[in-house]
Design a protein around this ligand. Sequence first.
Ligand code: PLP
Length: 824
Amino acid sequence: MYSISDIAEILQGRWIQKADNGLIVHLLNDSRKLLFPKTSLFFSIVSGNRNGHQFIPALYQQGVRHFLVSEEVDTTGLEEANIIWVPDTVKALQAVAAHHRRQFSFPVIGITGSNGKTIVKEWLNQLLEPDYRIVRSPRSYNSQIGVPLSVWLMNEQHQLGLFEAGISRKGEMQALADIIQPGIGVFTNLGLAHSEGFASMQEKLEEKWKLFDTCKVIITHYQDDWINEFIESRVQAGQRLVRFGSHPGADLRIKTISRKEESAELELQYKELDFRLALPFSSDAALENSLTCILVLLELGISPDSIQQRISGLHAISMRLELKEGINQCSVINDSYSADISSLVIALDFLSQQQQHSKKTVIVSDIPETGWTSAQLYERVAALLHHHGVQRVIGVGPEITEHAAIFAAYGFSELQWFAATDLLLQHWEELNFREETILVKGARRFQFERISALLEKQVHQTVMEINLNAMLQNLKWYQQRLQKGTRLMAMVKAFSYGSGSFEIANLLQFHGVDYLAVAYTDEGVALRKAGIHLPIMVMNVAPPGFDALVEHNLEPVLYSSSLFQSFANFIRQEGIPQYPVHLELETGMNRLGFALAELPFLTAQLPGSPFKIQSVFSHLAASEDAAFDAFTKEQVQRFEQFSEALKEVVQYPFLRHIENTSGIFRHPQWQFDMVRLGIGLYGFDAAMAGSSPLEEVSTLVTTIAQIKDLEPGESVGYGRRGRITSPTRIATIRIGYADGYPRSLGNGVGKLWWKGQLVPTIGSVCMDMTMIDITGLQGVREGDPVTVFGKGLPVSKVSEWAGTIPYEILTGISQRVKRIYYQE
Ligand SMILES: *Cc1c(COP(=O)(O)O)cnc(C)c1O
């Protein structure tokens, strides 16, 4: 246990203000994740355009008394706070964790590599659970901040640590190595992922290898020759390199592999011992990851027999939290593969972002966690659930049920207890789930997948998967390109460019976007009904919608004198004094907006109007195109001139904005007070075709309904347009033009993606189905997923084939295609 003075001492920090000494149990880097004010130490971290120091007063209000800062802070109003200054708060967080790490001598395994880190860590956790009490990184907490927070979880009860380290540029690994100080190193592989931050693959490998300086044993496999040579050259005295592979020199030698559809049989040799293992996987990646784990187990002295037993129970792990549509208007978050405190916290954070239903429910099992008595543990669980605004708790398992009284003391509005999952299922009808957001969180042995299967709505076999992490990355990428003080309006019109509505708005609201904009009033109303409280600008309003607009506090764009007058009349009748509105100015797009010639109208009408002008804006017609930069500049000049003139009339400050996605990055000097980020959020920027730092957010996946073999002379589809001239195998997939797959992509114009291969369409696209030509492909089966666009096949490629732009493809995907939201 550390006190704040201990921490000041460890860090050699300078006291800005010293108050009562106190115990530090929790390290806090994100003010939104505050749970235990009294025992938390807040690290004020500056990153991008977020400055942690600005949250200090609010945290103080919530009871936090310990702060670490790297800037001078005004201490008025913070009289009872301990405030310690250090030059760099991230380094300080790392130093505290490194110090903590040195207090323990049990074995620690450090895992790095390009792919598979999290899976290997989670699998090792499952495989080694029978022998050790394990502390591990929650999910993929492997960054400069995630690693120290993970290592901080170590306590005296643990017997083994599993920590992963991820880096994205040169110079980052040393800090992580100093914190983890692994005795056993695991290197999964070197892949192409995350290469931007490195000059070469060698440099990337060199950097990753720094994790292993303190290792006695390094576990990996034979890879490309240059990698093998590099690795061999880096082994130091006192280190043992242990590898698997089919190479004759391999420590775990793969003699044969025979793969079946969902499994593989291996003949192996390890230290003179020959044995066979049957693995419940057949893909290359799963085999590689499981062999890595097997070699770790062998090195820890676990026998092949015991390994076989454990590995048969191994299951594919979902690395992500998914939000799905459920029965009776519920939303369901299925996290039923593990239950421990740190993953519970992550899942609860995800739950608390969801505002669509006022009722939040958690179904939670007994929690196998060490280091606490069970009373302390469930006290903690109850506090966490309460803190995250959960109203209904359904506990499953003998232990949690025994501690029901603890939960009762917290005043949850509904509590239900079952000693086993079967009992819950027997009472299913009485549980009456309706219009609530439900988190399903259970330890493996409780088989909560049986519960989530009943809760989730059966979906059409074509789904659009929305990667919320990718969206956040994209948001951050643009936030980092904003001039200081520039605000960000996120465009969520047209169902957030096809990717959803309230789910996306929830995320953006949670991550501090300033404004939202939609095209039509009903889109704004839907967001308000789903609990979105950010200001929302509506770009295209009409009198029949004025009532709803005002009722839901939506802010219209006024773009013409007639709209100005009709809305002013409406607001006067309602008797509202200062209704927030936005003015759109015409500068060259020639779509909507006041012309400069209407300045006299505005000059006459604005002073006595019932409006509060929130912002004045215009829209660029060709911000992405260098050929039109002179025109863009003219638009900006007209905007400046017009909006300056309005400043004279309006007399109070309002926001000015003109840039959309491509403008933000190409013309940073014209960001004014706010920018309007649209398609960039969703992973595409026309100004960055080629090597884009953005990640595509949506992946549209369908499935194969049937496979057929055809002979010359036959034909495929309507109008017999798919002519067969040689023996051909086709597959019918569950997507058609009614789903938004353009008909122009038929007859081989469009291609789809099956397990890394491009497959052309054959015949015309039908309303609900399309046929593809799979001739010559091995192992295609009915039910296989086929990607329409997204991971592996950029939407820009598909739009190019269709002769259109990504905007049209994304927004054209029909609402009958279910969306699944996930967080990795
Ligand atoms: C759609 C829209 C945007 C966003 O454009 P992107 O190119 O998607 O960034 C910005 N402003 C207005 C007025 C829009 O209609």
